[in-house]
Design a protein around this ligand. Sequence first.
Ligand code: TRP
Length: 334
Amino acid sequence: MLDGKKTLFSGMQATGNLTLGNYLGALKNWVSISDEYNCFYSVVDLHSITVRQDPATLRKRARTLLTLYIAAGLDPVKNCIYYQSHVSAHAELAWILDCFTYMGELSRMTQFKDKAAKHADNINAGLFTYPVLMAADILLYQADVVPVGIDQMQHLEITRDIAQRFNSVYGEVFTIPEAYIGKVGAKIMSLQDPSKKMSKSDENPNGSIYLMDDKDTIMRKCKRAVTDSVSVIRYTDEQPGLKNLIDIYSACTGRKPDEVVKEFDGRGYGDFKMAVGAAVAQILVPLQIEQARLAADKAYVDGIIKENAEKASYYAGKTLRKVQKKIGFPERVR
Ligand code: TRP
């Protein structure tokens, strides 16, 4: 791009209630690196319908997520924050890339296998081609870097394979994206089962702290968090519940785990859990206040949505037209 910065693309789905894990593991990180790149942050609503969604809920959650991006500190003028469904090039490029992707590759995707097992009554073709849509997202903006969690690495790999395959036929059309490596976000585990990632889709609501939980709920969930009977505050894999709480405290306060251990040396788990709850609330409550303020400012948010959809469409359209031309689709008559 013109200013010499590299381009970054990432997206999140507006399905389920976002958790503290989504914030500390992804969103917070996006904010900290956003100045270094030209960033596109999408609310990937096309991806969401691979699983049945209630229309009103989907619409509401998508808007909440978009305002959360802004509330978390992503400047919507410097960063392109938009709904995937507002830029038709995503679906168009996805179709083209479908024709450059093999069934065999897609059947190896572990997320497909997991989701197919979970939604056995609705194993639709979209669920299968989900990674191709993701490839289209990334390649449309010629992204150099993509911050993704470990669970999405396989999808980034297939994106690179598809892009290379296309380039080998048509020349250098797509930038080959890299995973963003650098300061990775904290990996937050369930408060009830520290061997599992904190998840939006956890059936046990006490396992996750939701971004919209109020202070009392946050405190209660921290208080009930599963620990161990060692009763000594240490940062070790042998005490996974406690380790997770230390990670949370550390991510919320910016202090390193060993400093946290020192700070709470000799104190009980009860005390520490209250401190974790307070630290989490100190991060989430202001985020909620800012999100509510934005939600109330409909005209402002609508303006952002409109401008950014246009901006995204402009860049995506450039790539799409180039691809169409390379493939041999007839030129438009003006
Ligand atoms: N599949 C990603 C997830 O569920 C979301 C996503 C869609 C994404 N398109 C993307 C992430 C492009 C990074 C880049 O987390």
